[in-house]
Write a protein that binds this ligand. Structure first.
Ligand code: NAI
Length: 446
C-alpha cells in the first residue's frame, strides 16, 4: 500500500515543509534488487580488538573495503562493532565510543551490526553483565539511527570465533538490503555443522518449499521471494481462495493444494502431495493465519476457538505429522509467522496474541527435535506491514501505528518474505528456536 506521507515529505517542496514544521521525514529504504551490491557503499568500519581480524578477512573476501579506524571525510556503508572479546563492563566503553565517533559518517540505509556473545549462568557475572550490556547498547543505538540505517546484533552462542561458517549467512543478511525493515533485534547464532553457505543470489536453489495461506498478502509475497531465491513451491490455501491460489501458483510454476490447515490430516496431505509432485520437502512456511478481534468481555467461543485452531493448534499437529512422514529433506527448515501482538499484546486481540505468543513458545520448544533431524524451526514476528489488513484501519489510527517505529514507516510484505526466506535457507543453519521481529524496531513491545 502507498505511503503518501513518506512520498510527500521526500518531494522537493514537502522536504522543506517537513523541515520547517519539524515533522518526521522517513527515508525511502534501500531494498534488495537482483545483482545489487551487498552494501550501498562498500566501505566498512570494523571497531574492535585483534579478535576481529578473521571478520575483516571475511569482509575483504566479499569485496568490501575494510577500515579499522575512522578516517576524516570517509563515509561508510556499514559499521561493525565487535564486543565478542569483552569480559567486563569496563571494556564496553572503548568500542561503544569508537562506534559513536563514526556514526555521522554512516551513509543512507547504512548498517550497524553489533557482535556479542550469549552469557550463561555458569559464566562469570562480569562477563554476563557486560554481554547483556551489549544488547542494551544495540537496542538504544537502533533507536538513534537515522536515514534508514538499521542496527542489529549477532550473539555467538558457544566458544567459537568470528571465522565460524555459521556466522556468514546471518552477517550477510543483516548487512544486506534484504533486512531493510529489521532493526533493534538480537539474533543468537550457534556453530552449526552441515550444509555450507548457499549462493547468496539463489540461496534456495534446488529446495522444495510449502507455503500455507499462499493465495494473497504476506503468503503470496513469501511465495514470490522463495521462487526468486530458487525454490520449487507447493502452495496451500482454503478452497474458497482457490482461484487466487491458482493464479499465484501459475506465476511461479508451483503446485496448488486446496486445503484447510485445520483438517486433522493436513500435515500428512502436504507431505503426500509434496512427495508426489517433487519427491521431497525441504522447507515449511506456516503463514496462514486469521484474526477475529473482540474485547475479551465480548469474546465468544467461535472467535477464540477459530483463531487458536488456525494459528496455533494446526501448526503443532502439522509439524508432528510432517516430522513423522519421512518426507522431509536432510536439513528441514520450518518458519512460522508470529506477530508483535504475541510479544506486546494488543487491545481486542487476546485470542490472536495468545495464538502468536504460542507460536513463539512452540518454535523454542520444537528446536531440539528439529536439530536432531539436522534442521531448524524459527518464527518471524511482523510489526506494522502495509497489507489489506492494515489498509482497513481508520486513517488516523493507521497513520499513528505506521510511524511508531525507529524507521517511521510501515514495512512491506516483501520485508517479511525476506526474513522468512533467510530463515528457510541454509544461510541460517546456526539459528534455531528463535523469533526474529520484522518491525522497524516498533515501539510496541520493544
Ligand atoms: P491475509 O488474511 O491477507 O492472508 C492469510 C491467508 O491465509 C489467506 O489467503 C487465507 O485464505 C489463508 N488461510 C486462512 N485460514 C486458513 C486455513 N484454515 N487453511 C488454509 N489457509 C488459510 O493475512 P496476511 O496479512 O497476509 O498475514 C499472513 C500471516 O502474517 C498471518 O499469520 C498473520 O497473522 C501474520 N501477520 C500479519 C501482519 C500484517 O501486518 N498483515 C502482522 C503480523 C503478523
Amino acid at each position: 500500500m502507498k505511503d503518501s506521507y513518506t512520498q510527500l515529505v521526500n518531494s522537493p517542496i514537502g522536504k522543506k515543509l517537513a523541515e520547517a514544521l519539524g515533522l518526521p521525514r522517513p527515508t525511502a529504504l534501500r531494498r534488495d534488487e537482483p545483482g545489487a551490491p551487498l552494501l550501498a557503499d562498500p566501505r566498512v568500519l570494523v571497531v574492535g580488538g585483534p579478535a576481529s581480524d578473521p571478520l575483516a578477512r571475511r569482509l575483504l573476501a566479499w569485496g568490501l573495503e575494510v577500515h579499522r579506524h575512522p578516517s576524516p571525510g570517509t563515509t561508510y556503508g556499514a559499521i561493525i562493532a565487535d564486543f565478542t572479546a569483552v569480559t567486563d563492563p569496563g571494556q564496553l566503553q572503548e568500542i561503544a565510543l569508537g562506534v559513536g565517533a563514526a556514526l555521522r559518517s554512516l551513509g543512507s540505509s547504512g548498517r550497524i551490526v553489533v557482535l556479542g556473545r550469549t552469557g550463561s549462568t555458569e559464566d562469570d557475572p562480569e562477563l554476563v553483565a557486560a554481554q547483556a550490556g551489549v544488547v542494551g547498547f544495540m537496542r538504544s543505538l537502533a533507536h538513534e539511527s537515522r536515514r534508514g540505517a538499521t542496527c542489529n546484533a549477532l550473539l555467538l552462542d558457544g566458544d567459537f570465533g568470528l571465522d565460524a561458517p555459521a556466522l556468514e549467512g546471518p552477517l550477510r543478511f543483516l548487512l544486506s538490503a534484504r533486512s531493510a525493515y529489521v532493526s533493534g533485534q538480537p539474533l543468537v547464532v550457534a556453530a552449526a555443522d552441515g550444509p555450507g553457505a548457499p549462493d547468496p543470489e539463489r540461496p534456495l536453489e534446488g529446495k522444495v518449499a510449502v507455503v500455507t495461506g499462499a493465495a494473497r498478502g504476506i503468503g503470496a509475497a513469501i511465495v514470490r521471494r522463495l521462487h526468486a531465491d530458487g525454490a520449487r513451491l507447493l502452495l496451500v490455501d482454503v478452497p474458497a481462495a482457490g482461484e487466487a491460489l491458482t493464479k499465484v501458483a501459475n506465476e511461479v510454476s508451483g503446485q496448488a493444494l486446496q486445503l484447510d490447515i485445520t483438517a486433522e490430516d493436513a500435515g500428512r496431505r502436504i507431505a503426500e502431495t509434496a512427495r508426489r509432485a517433487f519427491g521431497i520437502l525441504d522447507v515449511v512456511i506456516h503463514n496462514a493465519g486469521i484474526t477475529r478481534d473482540k474485547m475479551l468481555a465480548n469474546m465468544d467461543a467461535a472467535r477464540w476457538g477459530s483463531v487458536l485452531a488456525v494459528n496455533l493448534s494446526s501448526q503443532l499437529r502439522m509439524n508432528r505429522q510432517l516430522l513423522e512422514s519421512g518426507a522431509l529433506g536432510q536439513h528441514p527448515r520450518i518458519v512460522c509467522l508470529a506477530s508483535t501482538s504475541g510479544i506486546a499484546g494488543n487491545k481486542g486481540q487476546t485470542n490472536y496474541a495468545a495464538s502468536k505468543a504460542g507460536i513463539i513458545g512452540m518454535v523454542a520448544a520444537e528446536a531440539e527435535d528439529l536439530a536432531e533431524t539436522g534442521g531448524t524451526i524459527n518464527a518471524v514476528a511482523p510489526g506494522f506491514i502495509e497489507t489489506e489488513m492494515t489498509r482497513a484501519m481508520p486513517t488516523v489510527t493507521r497513520e499513528v501505528a505506521r510511524r511508531l517505529n525507529s524507521l517511521s514507516q510501515g514495512g512491506r510484505p516483501e520485508d517479511v518474505a525476506q526474513a522468512v526466506a533467510f530463515l528457510a535457507s541454509d544461510a541460517a543453519a546456526g539459528v534455531n528456536g528463535q523469533t526474529l521481529r520484522v518491525c522497524g524496531q516498533s515501539m510496541v513491545g520493544a
